[in-house]
Design a protein around this ligand. Structure first.
Ligand SMILES: C[S@@+](CC[C@H](N)C(=O)[O-])C[C@H]1O[C@@H](n2cnc3c(N)ncnc32)[C@H](O)[C@@H]1O
Length: 86
């Protein structure tokens, strides 16, 4: 798991581009992120679609694994800007 995702999962906060500290919630846990990565890597998946990313925790995990397979991760979230700060 990459350092950025590891740090966010440990501290349960991240910094926005304008240095605002955001406390995350509703995220996919570390164990589940690792499971998703294993499934992608074992099956050599190079394309994925995620519905609902919130603060993007699972998105970081999935993107990391799919990128290792030279692939692409697509995300759709109806409330990304209204509820999750974009
Ligand atoms: C539990 S959160 C996802 C957490 C995320 N997987 C993570 O690891 O941080 C559920 C997400 O689903 C999104 N959502 C809810 N209804 C939706 C809909 N109809 N279409 C797309 N996204 C939706 C919410 O905005 C929210 O971001």
């Amino acid at each position: 798991m990459n350092e950025l995702l590891n740090n966010i999962l440990k501290k349960r906060t991240y910094s926005t581009i304008d240095k605002k500290e955001i406390r995350i919630h509703s995220e996919t846990g570390e164990e589940q992120c690792l499971l998703l990565q294993n499934i992608i890597l074992k099956n050599n998946f190079s394309s994925s679609l995620e519905i609902g990313c919130a603060y993007g925790i699972s998105s970081l995990a999935i993107t990391e694994a799919v990128a290792k397979n030279n692939g692409k991760h697509t995300i759709i979230d109806k409330f990304e800007n209204s509820d999750w700060g974009g």
